[in-house]
Ligand binder design. Structure first.
Ligand code: TYD
Length: 152
């Protein structure tokens, strides 16, 4: 790759209103028309050591609803690396929806944050970085249980 300038996404980032979340702005090398190279680094702009990643593709069902859970302890960052979807966040008091349509930022999914994913474009690819291995016992999959859990 030719020497190109490292740059930061200049689009206006959505404002986060819920607790235990935040925006992660990524730096990238813009080498148009030969591609953008986008970078995230553990314990730098990604605020934890990455133990696991997973991605979701083939989102052809426009009416699919994914997520619908919160985690007790897990820290994750969610990215939309291609296409778009709607991320719903709910900390038990405040709710908000974020249109995920840029690969240059991610959203922190901290503990006790109910989240949903919907309105997928067919070319949508979601990437999630996680601070720990998969553990079903860390999931809260029932909304009433989530409300009880945050009152504890
Ligand atoms: P789930 O986290 O419920 O998906 P989403 O929130 O996107 O709707 O996971 C779906 C299934 O995949 C569930 O049976 C658990 C399993 N799974 C793993 O085995 N390992 C993993 O790292 C993840 C994220 C899920």
């Amino acid at each position: 790759m030719a020497q190109v300038k490292k740059t930061k996404n200049k689009i206006k980032l959505p404002k986060i209103k819920v607790k235990n979340s935040g925006m992660i702005n990524l730096q990238f090398y813009d080498d148009f028309p030969d591609g953008n190279l986008v970078i995230g680094e553990s314990l730098k702009n990604i605020p934890f050591s990455i133990k696991r990643f997973y991605f979701i593709n083939n989102l052809y069902n426009k009416t699919a609803n994914r997520g619908l859970h919160a985690h007790k302890k897990l820290e994750q960052i969610i990215f939309c690396v291609n296409g778009s979807f709607l991320l719903g966040l709910d900390d038990g008091n405040t709710k908000q929806k974020i249109k995920m349509d840029s690969p240059y930022y991610g959203v922190r999914l901290g503990p006790l944050l109910w989240h949903t994913m919907s309105n997928f474009s067919a070319d949508c690819v979601i990437l999630v970085l996680a601070a720990d291995y998969y553990k079903e016992s860390d999931y809260i999959r029932n909304y009433e249980d989530f409300k009880k859990f945050i009152k504890k």
